[in-house]
Each structure stands twice: as C-alpha cells, then as structure tokens.
Write a protein that binds this ligand. Structure first.
Ligand code: B1H
Length: 809
C-alpha cells in the first residue's frame, strides 16, 4: 500500500483530533493506540470491501471455518506489516516523538481461546488471506476471554479478562446481518398446503445474534477476509417482555465468557447453548447469502466448504439439515447429500475426557427440532450400517449411545473428510480412537499436520533473525517459505553462525530485562534458556520438567562444584480453574522457584521463571529467546503441538518425546539436530495393554529418583501445604498415569547431552541454524494449501505474481 510518511503523519493527527478533540500530544497510550488502530483500519477498509465484492462477482467457493475459539493476538503490528505499512507508521510516529512499540503494547490481546486449537484457527485465517483464498472465520465474541492468571503466594488465581474495556478498534458491528436463534419450547410438524411437513414452534426463547466483523489482512496481496464473531442480545421487538435486568441475564450470558478448559469436556447447558448459538447464526448467514444471490441450493457444496474445528461446532450438521428441509423444503436425501459434501471435520485430541457427549435429555429440551434431526440421522445410519457391518460396529459407531449424543460420531458421519493434526495423531485416530469408522469410511480419513504463520512468529516476533536470513539468502523466503532451506548452505559459515549467536543473545537480553521487570528475578543472558510454554496438563508433563530441576538442585546442594551449564528454566502455563492437580503442579514449581532462585549455593546454575498469564503476546517475547524447546508430553497424547514449531523456527533446539508433530520435526531436521528421549507411542500402548507398569518399583529401585520424589514431601521445598504430597501420591501411589517416572532417567540423560552441546557454542549455533532452515514445512501456508486442495477444493483468487505463492515444498 502506497502511503507516504508525510501523509500518514497528517492523517494520524486528524484521526486523533476527530476522536478526542484535543491534540495528540495530550493523548494517553490507549487513546493514541485507538487512533492509530482506526487509521490503519481505514486503510484496510477499501481492500476489505473490494475482496468481498470480488468473491461475489466471481462467485468463488468460500471456506467457513467454524470454531468456538480464535486467538488472533494483537493486530496493530501484524495488520500494518501485512499491508506493507509498518515502516511508514513507525517512521511517522517517531517524527511525532511517539514510540510505535509503546502504543502497540496498549492493545488488548483478545484471549478468545484456550490454547493451540484457537491459535491454530487464527494462523489459518492469516494463511487463508495471505494465499488469497476466500476464507471466513465464524465464532463467538466472548465478552470475557480466557481468565487473566495471577500468582498469589505461588497459587494460581483467576481474574476476569475484560478485553473490551477500552473498545476494540478492529471490529465492525454489522446490524444489517443479524440472525434469530431459537432455543427450547415445543415443536411439532404439520403439513402445509404444498404438502411439506413444516415445524411449528411455541414458547421458544429467541435470541438475537449480532455479528461483529474483523478484517483478516493478507500479506501484501490486497486480500482482506472476514472473521465474524457473534454476540447474543435480546431481540428489539421482544424487549418489552423483559421487565428486569435479571430477566435478561439468560440471554446475555450466552456469549459472556469462554469456557476455560481445553482438555475436559464440561457438560454444562450453557456451553451447549453457546455451541448452537454460534452454529445456527453462522449457518443462517451462509444460507442467506444463497437466497440473496439466488444460487440453486444443490450448488451449495460447490460454493461453500464448512469446516468443523473439533466437535464443538458439530451441530452444523443437523442445523444445515434443518434449514435445507424446514426452510428450503428439500427432501431428506437432497439435504443430506448437500450437508455431507459441504462439511469437513478436524479432530484435535484423543483424550477421552475431552470428547463431547451431550445427554439426550438436555439436547431434546434445549434444541427439540435439532434433536429430531439427529435422531433421524442416527436411525438412517443404523439402518444402512447394520446389514453391511453387523451389530458390534454399528452400535459402537452410532450417534446415540447410552443416553448421550456422541458428537465425534455426529461429526464423522456428517462430514466427507475427517483429519487429524499430525501423522502420528491421524494414525492413532485410524487405528484406535476412530478405528471402527475407519473401517466404514476409509476414504474420509486424511492427515493435515498443523502449521504456524511465519509472519507473526518469525518476521514480527524476531526481526533480527529475519534480517539475518534476508541478508544471507535474500527475501524470497517470505513469499515462498520453502526457500528457507537455502539457509542450510550457511551451516559452516563462521560469520553466519556468529551473527546467529549474537541475534539469540540480543533476544535473550531483551527477555532477561522483561523477566527483571515483571518477576524481579535477575537472570544471566548467557545462561541456557530452557522453555516450556503451553497449557498445564498432566499429559504435557510439566512435572517431569520439575523433577529434573529438583534433581539438579539436589546434586548442586550435595556437590556445589558440579559442572552444570547455567540454565534458566522458563514456564508459561495456565491451569483450567477446576483442574486441581494442574494447579498443585503450578504451586510446587513456584515454591521450588523461591527456593532455588534465592539459594546462594545455586547462583546462576539454576534459575526458574514462571511467567504469569501466558498467552500470545507473551509467547512472542519468549520464543525468540529460547535455546531449548521442551516438548515432553507422554508419547501418543499430544495431538500435534504448535509451540514446538514456533520454537524451532526461532532456532531453539527441541528436547522431545516422539509425540505429535515432534516426530515430523525430527524427520525434517534430522535425528542429530534435536534431543529425543522416552517411550515411543507403541511402547506406551504396550505398557498400558499389559498393565505391567509399577511406578513404585521404579521409586524404590532408582536412588536418584527416590531422592527427588522424597524431596517433594520432606520439607526441602518451602511453603507447601499438601501439594508435594499430591504429586508424590499421583506419581508413586496412584501408579503415575502418564509414565513420568518411567521416562525420568532418559530425560535426565537427554538433559545432560543438552549441557554438553551448549558448551560448544558454534556447534550449537550450527544445529540452531539447521532447525531454522528446516522449519518451512511447518508454515501454515502449506497446511492451508493442503486443506484447500484435498478437502475444501478452493483456490487462490489473486494473480500468481501477487503475495505468497507456494511452488514446491
Ligand atoms: C487441542 C483441544 C481442545 N486439542 C477441548 N483439543 C476444548 C479440546 O474448550 N474445549 O472444550 C478446547 C480445546 N485443544 C490442541 O489442539 C491439541 O492438544 C494440540 O496438540 C494441537 O496442537 C492443537 C491444535 O491442533
């Protein structure tokens, strides 16, 4: 986009004055940020309009990515960057004596997701736009995002995340496109004069769905797609029926707050309301488009792909059926053909406790018409499957089972494509979790390994690394990520390796300053920065990390001259508020941090930094400074992981079990350039199957391990209530569900190898370079290209010489 500094400065001053009626010199950071954001949004708006018009004019196929979560991160910098305006904006502001970075920090980071799944959705939105594909997001505008985490005396405390407090400059409320969503009441079918069976409703609760649209800006290709987030309101014409504020609560609460649990399905009525609300509004607004432009309904699958991001939006299937049958008067067969060809589904987890199963009674009462349709889908499925596959498979794959609606089964049966998010994960779906479905519909299953956007996670988060790569291989890699492999040619180049080491050190100094500022802890930037950042969950095994640190601490106490490379162990993790054990792990790590960080015997050998309120913005600060990426989940449990990809792309070496996408990282970078330890997923399956694991035996036979575990309960760690005992119990007395003790010895060994390598800085830098240069396959641009080719059947709408283009991988 062509805007001069002079023009920008003038427009910025005008913008500020028109909003606040005083001069920018008197503005607070929030005000200055708001003015700047709105100005950038103005620049976006013509492309936004033109992109929408182009899609309509060319009648292109559009993707609708339905997700209960999006984690876009702050948008000012990335929007300015993708527009090609970042340098102009920075320069203009500095002419006004303003600091871009300071204003950018005033933006709220919308935490409308729990973790990987929501961040993936946002990386996908970025890639769709950057590839020039017609991709829309559909989700919920939660008034409160994921809780803000604080530590009080080492314990996690949750505070409300009121991200809309200072307004959100990126969104546009779109009152023209509201929808009505119906809940509850009674419904019955009656024949109308054309002989159609149409539903009649009485006593329903009617909720107005109001869309807020946010531009999704493509990278230098003039494409701006739309993220539509729905908010629940009382229908204007029904306002008179509500007499008190309390009476309006049941409506407003629908989009009030995000469910903060990313691994445990919460069978709460309100969550089901949220899911149907988002789904119904989204599907209605898609079909409205077809009515408006009079597209034959049978063409829907040629014009629309609806993607179901985990089972949370799986009600898309019956909702689309409902509209096609009840409102468009298609036959069941016609409607089913359309629905099934339009929908596709991604599974993100094999954790049993995360699989959604809604009680039939609840579904029937809240969504009577939807339940009728689900029942019919189920009946037809059973009728068709029974004669071909027999009783066992049929009942195991049915949607209705033992009084519940199995949402994964609904999603698989209603979709033409089912994918996992890494090779191993997809294999596990086919051979275990969805094995019976794989027998019924092998052609539906496919893998789509996750990806990340290099634009946010490398170009913007790590400008010095980006500059170094530019200097060595030119800028092509930004538009054609596969070009990054050219950087491998510099693995033996002293100058490059030195500069790479300098870049890392600079990033570490910056993070060290931030650590000092927010935690008051002094860390040595020359120490090894070891990073584990992700949700807190027993399967991700932050407590394995903890046991290793405790082990080092005990060794240091026994022998203060022991030769450990100085390390800073960095954690960022939120625990679900109801996940007691995860919170106990946080408390133990924090208490250990107090002990270690203040023990003069330890000095710089060991420091522990547990950041509060981990999220996208903090990740952008931590990742460029990481030396080691901890990816230590029990093999088979982590579907893919995405922080593993971000850390690799920023030159961290991976310390990993062979789980999720770690396996593919190893395959790309080569066994010698990362640290692998622990059980394989096959071994985990075998151990579980033959039930031979005895954690207590390990505790009793391995003296080092015993010392560490005893230190949890013998008073070594100060200020604990019963948290040390809780960990001990789960690991020793309750037989260690996630095989932490089993993997402990090989983890310690791998950690020692990390130390050894770090002593050879140039060899470390060489491996770091190879990691960076091998990270291109994890560009979300490739992932999205594969979704587009294999599942959605959509193509880029921009000229081939514009924006990102993917020649080969
Ligand atoms: C992932 C979830 C998830 N898998 C339930 N499943 C949720 C489940 O609110 N809920 O009920 C929310 C989220 N999230 C993650 O998805 C996986 O654990 C990661 O391994 C994966 O990288 C990520 C993206 O595919």
């Amino acid at each position: 986009m062509e805007i001069t500094v002079k023009q920008f400065v003038k427009e910025f001053k005008q913008q500020f004055q028109s909003m606040y009626a005083y001069s920018y010199e008197e503005g607070s950071n929030e005000q200055l940020y708001n003015a700047l954001g709105l100005l950038v949004k103005n620049y976006i708006s013509s492309h936004w309009k033109e992109t929408r018009e182009k899609y309509i004019k060319n009648s292109v196929k559009q993707v609708y990515y339905f997700s209960m979560e999006f984690l876009p991160g702050r948008q000012l910098k990335s929007n300015a960057y993708n527009l090609g305006l970042l340098d102009v904006v920075k320069e203009g502001l500095s002419e006004l004596d303003l600091s871009f970075d300071q204003l950018a920090e005033a933006e709220a980071d919308p935490a409308l997701g729990n973790g990987g799944l929501g961040r993936l959705a946002s990386c996908f939105m970025d890639s769709l736009a950057s590839l020039g594909m017609a991709g829309n997001g559909n989700g919920i505008r939660y008034q409160y995002g994921l809780f803000r985490q604080k530590f009080v005396d080492g314990y996690q405390v949750e505070l409300p995340e009121n991200w809309l407090r200072y307004r959100n400059v990126w969104e546009t409320r779109n009152d023209k496109s509201t929808c009505m969503v119906r809940f509850g009441g009674n419904v019955w079918l009656e024949e109308n004069h054309q002989g159609h069976l149409v539903p009649h409703y009485e006593n329903t609760l009617n909720v107005l769905a109001v869309p807020y649209d946010t531009p999704m800006v493509g990278y230098r290709n003039d494409t701006v797609n739309n993220l539509r987030l729905w908010s629940a309101e009382i229908p204007v014409e029904e306002e008179a029926n509500y007499h008190t504020i309390e009476e309006t609560e049941p409506i407003k609460e629908i989009t009030q707050v995000l469910y903060p649990d990313d691994s445990n399905y919460e069978g709460r009525l309100l969550r089901l309301k949220q899911e149907y609300f988002m789904v119904s509004a989204g599907v209605q607004s898609i079909i409205r488009h077809f009515r408006k432009y009079n597209v034959p309904r049978k063409n829907i699958p040629d014009k629309v792909a609806i993607h179901i991001n985990d089972t949370h939006p799986a009600l898309v299937v019956p909702e689309l059926m409902r509209i096609l049958i009840d409102e468009e008067h298609l036959s069941w067969e016609q409607a089913w053909e359309i629905t099934f060809k339009t929908c596709s589904y991604t599974n993100h987890t094999i954790l049993r406790e995360a699989l959604e199963k809604w009680p039939i009674d609840m579904m029937k009462e809240l969504l009577p018409r939807i339940y009728m349709i689900i029942e019919e889908i189920n009946n037809r499925f059973v009728e068709n499957t029974m004669p071909l596959y027999g009783e066992r498979i049929t009942w195991q794959t049915a949607i209705l089972q033992n009084g519940v609606v199995n949402m994964a089964h609904l999603a698989v049966i209603g979709s033409h494509s089912v994918n996992g998010v890494a090779k191993l994960h997809t294999d596990i779906l086919m051979n275990d979790v969805l094995k019976d479905f794989f027998e019924l519909y092998p052609e539906r299953f496919n893998n789509k390994t996750n990806g990340i956007t290099q634009r946010r996670w490398v170009h913007l988060a790590n400008p010095d690394l980006t500059q170094l790569i530019d200097e060595k291989i030119g800028e092509n890699w930004k538009l054609t990520p596969s070009e990054l492999k050219v950087f491998k040619g510099f693995e033996k180049d002293k100058d490059t390796l030195n500069k790479l080491t300098d870049v890392k050190l600079k990033n570490k100094k910056r993070l060290a300053a931030h650590i000092k500022e927010v935690k008051g802890i002094t860390v040595d930037p020359n120490a090894l920065f070891d990073v584990q950042i992700k949700r807190l969950h027993a399967y991700k095994r932050q407590h394995l990390n903890l046991l290793h640190i405790l082990h080092r601490y005990l060794e240091i106490k026994e022998n203060p001259s022991v030769d450990y490379v100085p390390r800073v162990f960095i954690f960022g993790a939120k625990a679900a508020p109801s996940y007691h054990y995860a919170k106990q792990i946080i408390k133990v790590i924090n208490s250990l941090a107090d002990l270690v960080n203040n023990d003069p015997d330890v000095g710089d050998k060991l420091k522990i930094v547990f950041f509060e309120n981990y999220g996208v913005s903090l990740a952008e600060k931590i990742i460029p400074a990481a030396d080691i990426s901890e990816q230590i989940s029990l093999a088979s449990m982590e579907a893919s992981g995405t922080s593993n990809m971000k850390l690799m792309a920023n030159g961290a070496l991976t310390l990993a079990t062979l789980d999720g996408a770690n396996i593919e990282i190893r395959d790309f970078v080569g066994e010698d350039n990362l640290f692998v330890f622990g059980l394989s997923s096959k071994e985990v399956y075998k151990l579980k199957e033959n039930q031979s694991y005895q954690a207590r035996e390990l505790y009793e036979s391995d003296q080092k391990l015993k010392n560490v575990l005893d230190a949890l309960t013998n008073g070594t760690i100060p200020n604990l209530q019963d948290e040390g005992y809780a960990l001990f119990d789960s690991l020793v007395n309750f037989n260690d569900e996630y095989f932490v003790l089993k993997d402990f010895a090989s983890y310690v060994e791998a950690q020692n190898k990390v130390d050894d390598l770090y002593k050879d800085q140039s060899e470390w830098a060489r491996k770091s370079l190879l990691n960076i240069a091998s990270s291109a396959p994890f560009s979300a641009d490739y992932t999205i290209q594969r979704y587009a080719d294999d599942i959605w059947k959509v193509r880029s709408c921009v000229e081939e010489d514009e924006g990102v283009h993917l020649v080969d991988e």
